[in-house]
Design a protein around this ligand. Structure first.
Ligand code: ZN
Ligand code: ZN
Length: 369
């Protein structure tokens, strides 16, 4: 089959047509990937922010149709439509039993760039080809673990469903699960890309009435308003983003500040933007060497701020995917509006450029089969 492959760190994505797929092993399934979002974390693998072995088929935000199941698979069958979860959740390990399936112990295997047993089901020119997040949705077919799939109704368009797999679960989950937002609250969202827009709509759904979008790009601030931002702060020379954000609430700061970029300075900004007694939710993916520099006495003691980590929107995919689809059906959650462009696997490098230029919420790959 033809798939988009990252040959090595820092290199452009190339389309290879010699990619072979092994049959699904026990506890695995072959999925025809119908659509895949192009997420910033894919770019983060290319630029080394997220270190993964290469060559690799990127893509961790997808949806498709189950075609074949391996031995012992009982929760899905051929023909089922599924959203792919970029964190497998077994439901049985210590973390899953603590109600934190986004930290499922089985997901640690992903760092090796294969499936749960550490090996990959893909080869190119006879050599192993890794799969991002036990998935690899930049290929038209993928062998994935049973515990990485969430069955959805057949009437949900699969390009819309694909986006739920990462950006929507992460962003909306950060607002609905990780943060504790009360009706009437004020929030700030620093970074308004695909995930940031979802934090904004999650905050709106949670009842926040002041939603301040902070970004460098006018194009993203405009999208932020469509998703529910009530105020915008454009970061540019001569603007102090913390002061400008705090000014919206008479200098007090916001009830909840979200950081959705992953840079040391913007993490510190988010912490400084939260009011005394407020919450800070860290959603952005930093490089592994990013450290933050905070005054311990003021941050935690005198100003009593809570800083919450957020991985995968603190989601339980098995209950949150149906919940998000419900919100979408009621018209409260925007999904179609997130798709700025439909592309093919030959366009991934352009989609990365568009993402960095801030001109798209999401590019979505429509696979040809
Ligand atoms: Zn993602
Ligand atoms: Zn688990």
């Amino acid at each position: 089959m033809k798939a988009a492959v990252l040959p090595g760190p820092g290199q452009p994505i190339e389309t290879r047509d010699d990619v072979e797929l092994a049959p699904p092993g026990p506890g695995e399934a072959r999925v025809k990937v119908v659509a895949s979002g192009v997420c910033h974390s894919d770019l983060s693998v290319q630029n080394g922010t997220i270190p993964l072995p290469t060559p690799i088929v990127l893509g961790h935000e997808g949806a498709g149709v189950v075609e074949e199941v391996g031995e012992g698979v009982s929760t899905v069958k051929p023909g089922d439509h599924v959203v792919l979860s970029f964190v497998p959740a077994c439901g049985e390990c210590f973390m899953c039993s603590k109600g934190q399936p986004y930290l499922c112990e089985k997901s640690a295997a992903q760092a090796a760039g294969g499936l749960l047993d550490g090996t990959t089901r893909l080869t190119s020119d006879g050599a192993p080809l890794h799969q991002m997040a036990c998935l690899g949705t930049y290929g038209p077919y993928a062998i994935v673990p049973e515990i990485s799939m969430v069955k959805i109704p057949d009437d949900v368009p699969l390009d819309v469903a694909a986006l739920i797999g990462c950006g929507v679960l992460t962003g909306v989950g950060a607002a609905l699960n990780t943060a504790d937002i009360s009706p009437g609250d004020s929030v700030a969202v620093i970074g308004c890309g695909g995930v940031g827009l979802n934090v904004i709509q999650g905050a709106r759904i949670a009842g926040a009435t002041t939603i301040i979008a902070v970004d460098r790009f006018d194009s993203k601030l405009e999208m932020a308003r469509e998703f529910g931002a009530t105020h915008t702060v454009k970061v540019e020379d001569g603007v102090d983003p913390v002061g400008a954000t705090m000014a919206v609430n008479e200098g007090r700061g916001v009830d909840v500040a979200f950081e959705v970029i992953g840079l040391g300075p913007t993490i510190e900004q988010a912490i400084n933007t939260a009011r005394a007694g407020g919450q800070v939710v860290l959603v952005g993916v930093p490089r592994l060497d990013v450290m933050v520099n905070l005054n311990a006495a003021f941050t935690w003691l005198y100003l009593a701020k809570s800083i919450k980590g957020c991985w995968y929107g603190s989601s339980d995919v098995y209950s949150d995917v149906p919940k998000l689809l419900d919100l979408w059906k009621k018209g409260e959650l925007k999904l179609e509006e997130l798709i700025s462009k439909e592309v093919t696997i030959d366009d991934v490098n352009q989609a990365f450029d568009d993402m960095q230029a801030g001109t798209v919420a999401r590019s979505v790959i429509r696979h040809q089969h």
